[in-house]
Design a protein around this ligand. Sequence first.
Ligand code: PLP
Ligand code: ZN
Length: 399
Amino acid sequence: MIRCVSCGEEYDDDEIIYNCKKCGSILEVVTEDYDIPKETFEGRRDNLWKYKEFLPVDADKKVSLDEGGTPFVPCPTLGEELGIDLYVKVEGSNPTGSFKDRGMTLGMTKAMELGVDTVGCASTGNTSASLSAYAARAGKRCIVFLPSGKVALGKLAQAMFHGAEVVSIDGNFDEALKAMTQLAEEKYLYLLNSINPYRLEGQKTIGYEVVDHLGWESPDRIVLPVGNAGNISAIWKGVSEFHEAGFIDDLPMMTGIQAEGACPIVNAFNQHTMKMTPVENPETVATAIRIGAPVSSIKALHAIYDSNGFAQTVSDDEILAAQLELARKEGVGVEPASAASIAGVKRLVNEGEIDKGEKVVCIVTGHLLKDPNTAINACTKPKEVSADLNKIKELLLNK
Ligand SMILES: *Cc1c(COP(=O)(O)O)cnc(C)c1O
Ligand SMILES: [Zn+2]
């Protein structure tokens, strides 16, 4: 069953619908059965389908690339510097290099169940990279809208290479999404942006995996970048379901980080309201979160308020510094948006919002290689030398 998050109106699973017909709000999939012992998952392969009893599609007919089951990596060096117990969940290790694959395996499986022939999305990059791959696997036509000139190189390469029909929209992501949503409402295609509640059913497994990794315990806090605000909503749904099922006793404080130039959720949080006011011309180096009108703002603000969480901004300089630090102190390479989580943790520790000793899990959402240009620009050029051993030794001595 699908339900409106605002008025509670209910809809059938096989109805293709993105907004409530009564009030226009967004929808969620209702998980009906919590009566499953956690021992059910034991001994299964570590991927998203390990938790198939909690997923609202037929796992025997899944469209899958073996997504999920991503590394859970302690960060002792950074953690010690900050006085916290810090971990990163490395979502860049998914098949196309971001957590979007978790949403797409569910979304594409649902698309097969519904029998649609064309799928589509608007994207800052990773959604299109992922959808393009899953559509290829499923044999579906795939149309993606990208904001012109604002998509990181690796993501663009993926979307094009897997065979999506890529359309460059002369406008920002919010405008591209509006056009794509209209196409979907006119039934030209099945929409696989995160307004589609089945996407979030896949992404909620990040929450499942975090508590599973910690030996069926909740961390004190989960910190992640927020763009269209689907992922923070999904992870909160995941941990809440495992809490409801009795697998964990506590819940994490959901902490969303946005870039200073694209921070409508943080603005709403600071005004203690549920009403998000869009940011007109969002701008940040972290293109994956360069979004001014997040579609899932209601769900995200619920997650933050209900979990006693927090929302904070970081500057582009802080994001790039955190990206470099994570790569050089812990060996974990992530794209700029992902590093917003680490930058946010640093800021919140300094502000005293995060307590010393807290167990903090940062969701690092996408791989370093998604945005090679930003990575190369952050470094000094390689030194050049002929293949003469004496010259090489000389060069290495003058470091
Ligand atoms: C999509 C994405 C985000 C933002 O997630 P939302 O669900 O839109 O809030 C953050 N980081 C990366 C790398 C992404 O691809
Ligand atoms: Zn409604």
